[in-house]
Design a protein around this ligand. Sequence first.
Ligand SMILES: *Cc1c(COP(=O)(O)O)cnc(C)c1O
Length: 482
Amino acid sequence: MQDLIKELQELETLAKYLEPSTVQMKAWTDQVNSYGLNFLEGLEEGGAYKQYDGQKLDFIDFDEEGSSMEQILNKIKETVDKFGINPASGGHLGYIPGGGLYSSALGDYLAAVSNRYAGIFYANPGAVKMENDLIRWTAEVMGYPSNAGGNLSSGGSIANLIAVTTARDRLGIEGSKVEKAVVYMTEQVHHCVHKALRIAGLGKTVWRSIPMDADFRMDVLALETALEKDKAAGLIPFMIFASAGTTDVGAVDPLDKIADLSEQYGSWFHVDGAYGAAFNLVDSMRPLFKGIERSDSLVIDPHKGLFLSYGLGIVLVRDVKAMAESHYYNANYMQDAKADSAMHWSPADLSPELTKHYRGMRMWLSFKLFGLRAFRASIEEKHLLTKYFWNRMKEEGFELGPDPALSVTVYRFVPPKGDTNVFNQNLMKAVLTDGFNFISSTTIERNIWLRLAVLSFRTHKDRIDHLIHTLVQAKDELLSKQ
Ligand SMILES: *Cc1c(COP(=O)(O)O)cnc(C)c1O
């Protein structure tokens, strides 16, 4: 016993390294905060992209004693915060831009410091109710009924997976039914939908690729034909995947008409609005989303259209009970917690997770701090910036994709001679070499198009003008060399 007590005393001394004094914690917080604010201050002047130069990146350089915060921050600066795309930059105009409101970091700080358990109502009624209210707010914005439910997930991919799993179980797609079940989508559907189907054991369902109109929206007549044919052939018209904002061009499928067909054929109507559904917050853009309120499930990514830092997606399901039927659990050691679930849904009832990051705090804190008007204005500004770019590039003689419905557009320059794809690849290279802005490209029907995606809250007209200038200059230079 004496030995044991002595050993405990020794271990306690060492273990208490993990419990620094308030003075020490304040010093660290100040150092980290200065680093963060410096980083943010550099964004205005700084670039959005820096190519990795092959420098050695080694992160298992731990030792027994630990390092100073200064050394650690220097290391982060020279490795993580040096190469690749800078998602925090307003010049991030490729893929789907990041951003990351500062208030997200503060919300995460609070969530992590207190480490509130947001998985189960019993464990922390406040944290879980906050998340449930954020889901309720989102449901109201999207026009969902009051018995709708949802989950704050780590992102859109997991949110889509939760919806697919829920649809599978609600429509009883298992065993011999799997190969008879048909899913409908366009070629523009996000690849995470394919992934979700495979992960959910639905890889062997029949995948119908529905043709699109000239604006890359699902052709509803073709959808109807496919549904009718499949039904007549004894197949199960299981699930229709519509996009509210495709990643490539920002197209919104005709949701209302798809809802009609879905009802008629008894399918599950899913809307992937990971990128685009946030635009439904802007009054003048709401007509575009008509019918979204009739879907059975819906995904929206606050780490995209609501500018939060990476790590927050939302799935809404019209009938929350369907979610619970797919994600329920039984465990004797959880019996105290389960008693409450009749009154309050908990994330653990509605998702694959048990212990989880308390994601609600970053979103709630941001809404409370800034109010909703700033979000609406910023979202609308992104749409109008894209329209501005589209018009300006047209004036500059570029070929443009469809009039941007949201904040993504594709464009290319067709030179009088030479290979158009190569020409546009060179244009993109010029932008990335400059590095002030970051853009990406896509391939549509074997043609390479450059792509503009405006979704960072830090992107304003000056950045767009800078990009236009870089592109026009590069185009002129390439032409002069022809
Ligand atoms: C980004 C995106 C996804 C995937 O979401 P993650 O948050 O990246 O997992 C799904 N669908 C669409 C339309 C997207 O833009």
